[in-house]
Design a protein around this ligand. Structure first.
Ligand code: 5GP
Ligand code: ZN
Length: 137
């Protein structure tokens, strides 16, 4: 529990939220500002600031819950599919620094667009792959 963390306060009930699922390790509730109604946040009950700080077995628990509840979210909201997202770091749009997975129900007519891809320059894709492989070690 981190006393400064909004999501820790949601888990303990200090801040109200629409809980849709809970087990001993994982909590899931509706995002207050949804991409579409039913947009859900799946979080570990233990506080970690992002996925890199979260133990792999806890991440597995989160993904298992995503797999369990996503079809129910889609069905209940009369959706057709869903996006899963994890924003990591401010530059990637992370605002709440308690690990969370977004599950966002989608319909083909919902007017929400995905990012458009950009092109690599000459030789850039190979150079990028080499740099990443070197960084992985
Ligand atoms: P991030 O941008 O960090 O990946 O996502 C944080 C999400 O938490 C946002 O989509 C935001 O709408 C949601 N959020 C922030 N504060 C609250 C809150 O007090 N209650 C609920 N239910 N969602 C929140
Ligand atoms: Zn927290």
């Amino acid at each position: 529990m981190n006393n400064d963390c909004i999501f820790c306060k949601i888990i303990t009930g200090v801040i109200p939220a629409q809980k849709i699922y809970e087990d001993d390790k994982v909590f899931a509730f509706l995002d207050i500002n949804p991409v579409n109604p039913g947009h859900t946040l799946v979080i570990p009950k233990e506080h970690f600031k992002n996925i890199m700080e979260t133990p792999p077995e806890i991440l597995c628990n989160l993904v298992k819950v995503v797999q369990k509840i996503a079809p129910a979210i889609v069905k209940a909201t009369d959706s057709e599919g869903f996006n899963v997202g994890i924003n990591t770091g401010s530059s990637a749009g992370q605002v709440i620094f308690h690990t969370h997975i977004h599950v966002m129900p989608r319909r083909s007519d919902d007017g929400r667009a995905l990012w458009k891809g950009k092109e690599y320059g000459e030789g850039e894709i190979e150079e990028t792959a080499e740099k990443i492989k070197t960084a992985i070690g």
